[in-house]
Design a binder for this molecule. Structure first.
Ligand SMILES: [Ca+2]
Length: 384
């Protein structure tokens, strides 16, 4: 009975009308046979009557054979169809994957090509910049930001803050600096700025000499450039340090004279009189903390006054730079200031002072946690 049902399901699509007729006959036969098998056999007469009705136009055994053959043939066709379907599906998937791979290959080669172009352009820009600023005939805006402000003041009603090219006196160097033209009367050349912690200040000596970072954001201008500016003839510069704490308290420290010695003296710092609200951390409280006149140190150049080592808070320190997150500063037995320290609010302990440090700026005896800082210099008007 189940066989017949399956065949009925399959047949309408593949069988001719004659075949369908045969199936009907077969079906009829099956039903009648079942009637026979289910019915209780009462007597031979009844059985004889049933046999009498068991008449087919084609003999039953032939019909069954025909149907069986038909079933096998249909099953075979189905298997073939399934195999063909499987093959074509696999081929389709292969084709699709090949197509995608090709598209990816093309994209990848385009990306590589673009990267090469960007690199070429970038090195081209760098080369032209180097050429531009190392040449003697570069059109600079002035000798420093104070000079630019003075010369533009008469022709421009409002001088914008931003990046300018300076060419300090008695040098062959022109270079870019960030000028603050709004802050406290303007004319400030920014020599260091920390704002977002995106620039790593863990740098070797050569980087502190040449400068690093992004002038419009966080940067260290470079000891050599600062030296060129503050050593111009008949000039004096003041240094202004603006501090902002993690909880947005502001403070400042100002020195009315600021200059550096040359590279042969490791850019030793010289500071004038202090004024401000943050305390004189450069000089500290005791003579051994005084960083005024100290040479510059970095992780690979050690002038920190700990030779061979210092004893600070019962700890033995050989390198202040190592003690301060491998940064560069005018360390003197480490001292109380390092504005190049790590900008993260690291856990405070005297052993490892990795954060931006201006230890004299305190609240309730605890140093402020410093979020941002700017160091800038400006000419002091002289009568010379
Ligand atoms: Ca040392």
């Amino acid at each position: 009975m189940w066989t017949a049902f399956v065949l009925l399901l399959l047949l309408p699509h593949s069988l001719s009308s004659t075949d369908t007729e045969n199936i009907k006959n077969y079906n009829q036969f099956e039903i009648e046979s079942e009637d026979v098998s289910d019915a209780p056999i009462k007597d031979h007469k009844t059985l004889g009557e049933v046999k009498g009705r068991d008449t087919c136009s084609i003999p039953c055994d032939i019909t069954v054979k025909l149907l069986r053959d038909e079933k096998h043939s249909i099953c075979g066709q189905l298997q073939q169809s399934l195999l063909a379907f499987g093959r074509s599906t696999r081929k389709l998937m292969r084709d699709v994957m090949e197509e995608q791979q090709n598209a990816l290959d093309i994209l990848s080669s385009q990306v590589t090509e673009l990267m090469t172009k960007v690199q070429t352009l970038s090195s081209e820009v760098q080369r032209s910049n180097t050429e531009m600023y190392s040449g003697k005939h570069v059109q600079s805006h002035g000798r420093d930001c104070s000079d630019i402000k003075d010369s533009l003041m008469s022709v421009v009603p409002k001088i914008p803050s931003g990046i300018y090219i300076v060419h300090p006196e008695n040098t062959d160097s022109s270079f870019e600096v960030f000028c603050e033209m709004d802050y406290m009367g303007g004319g400030w050349t920014v020599i260091q700025r920390r704002t977002d912690g995106l620039t790593d200040f863990k740098r070797p000596w050569v980087d502190y000499v040449d400068g690093f970072g992004n002038l419009a954001g966080e940067h260290w201008l470079g000891l050599k450039k600062v030296f060129y500016m503050v050593n111009q003839k008949d000039t004096r510069f003041q240094l202004h340090i603006a501090l902002v704490s993690q909880d947005d308290v502001t403070s400042y420290a100002s020195y009315d004279d600021f200059r550096l010695d040359s590279e042969t003296q490791f850019f030793s710092i010289h500071l004038g009189r202090y004024a401000g609200s943050a305390g004189d951390a450069f000089r500290g409280y005791e003579q051994e903390q005084n960083q005024d006149t100290a040479p510059f140190s970095a992780s690979d150049v050690d002038n920190d006054g700990c030779n061979p080592f210092c004893s600070i808070a019962n700890r033995t320190v050989e390198s202040c730079s190592a003690q301060h997150n491998q940064t560069g500063w005018w360390f003197n037995q480490c001292g109380l200031a390092n504005l190049n320290g790590c900008s993260e609010d690291a856990e405070r302990s005297w052993g490892q002072r990795t954060h931006i440090l201006w230890d004299t700026w305190r609240q309730n005896g605890v140093p402020h946690s410093i979020r941002s800082v700017t160091m800038k210099i400006r000419r002091i008007a002289t009568n010379n």
